[in-house]
Design a protein around this ligand. Structure first.
Ligand code: AP5
Ligand code: MG
Length: 217
């Protein structure tokens, strides 16, 4: 089973592509951002610790996110995992290697979504999701087919993330450049990095990723 990391700055399309891979290939999306948002919504001890840090756009501690991934990894054992938003620091990359190694598993690809920062602010500030099923949309790039009605489940309730404002996005970008980008050389040295053009249309990015997973690119 293939295990892949989707790496890229906020708004690069990690969640969009991970959800598609899960739907089309039966792989399991492991998004630390989604796990943390669930913890915040449920008011768990992890959620209480993470809430303000996330609202500021800073990174939650390596120990917390590595533990979250460790708890979910076995569920993805025979389907393959898509790591979405993890690892985000060198320390997390090392933690992932240990977690996989303990289970006799390895990483197959680190797929870097290469994008332009100004575009990302537009993507993030226009983003919304279905409050019932979580399907992701964008005001201009990916509107619902019928206004205010979820394509997937028909719900008319939608939500926006509290960290999706321009100021917080700038902090999230700075965190990415300072702490996450430096893991690229680590994975490059292992020969795992494959870069795709994240500025292309959603279906086009999907095709680039499929070609890598199918070994035809
Ligand atoms: P997280 O939830 O991971 O947020 P992020 O990395 O900032 O990334 P996003 O979810 O904003 O973007 P995405 O790449 O998933 O893009 P999407 O597909 O939605 O993390 C949130 C916070 O949690 C962090 O700031 C941190 O505090 C904490 N955290 C999480 N993981 C952590 C970790 N490992 N360590 C420490 N802290 C952690 O797309 C964006 C929009 O663009 C959508 O509207 C979509 O429809 C649209 N779109 C997507 N692709 C395209 C395309 N090709 N063309 C046009 N529009 C597109
Ligand atoms: Mg995401």
């Amino acid at each position: 089973m293939m295990n892949i990391v989707l790496l890229g700055p906020p708004g690069a399309g990690k969640g969009t592509q991970a959800a598609r891979l899960q739907a089309q290939r039966g792989m399991i999306q492991l998004s630390t951002g989604d796990m943390l948002r669930e913890a915040v919504a449920a008011g768990t001890p992890v959620g209480l610790k993470a809430k303000e840090v996330m609202a500021r756009g800073e990174l939650v501690s390596d120990a917390i996110v590595s533990a979250l991934i460790g708890e979910r990894l076995d569920a993805a054992a025979d389907k393959g995992a898509i790591f979405d938003g993890f690892p985000r620091t060198k320390h997390q990359a090392e933690a992932l290697e240990i977690l996989l190694g303990e289970r006799g598993r390895t990483l197959d690809h680190v797929i870097e979504l290469v994008v332009d920062e100004d575009e990302l602010v537009k993507r993030i500030t226009g983003r919304f999701t279905c409050a019932r099923c979580g399907a992701g949309y964008h005001d201009t790039f990916r509107p619902t087919k019928v206004p205010n009605t979820c394509d997937a489940c028909g719900s008319t309730e939608f939500k926006r993330r509290p960290d999706d404002n321009e100021e917080t996005v700038r902090t999230r970008m700075a965190e990415y450049r300072a702490k996450t980008e430096p893991i690229l050389p680590y994975y490059n040295a292992k020969g795992l990095v494959r870069s795709v053009d994240g500025m292309a249309a959603v279906d086009d990015v999907a095709a680039q990723i499929d070609a890598i997973l199918d070994g035809s690119a």
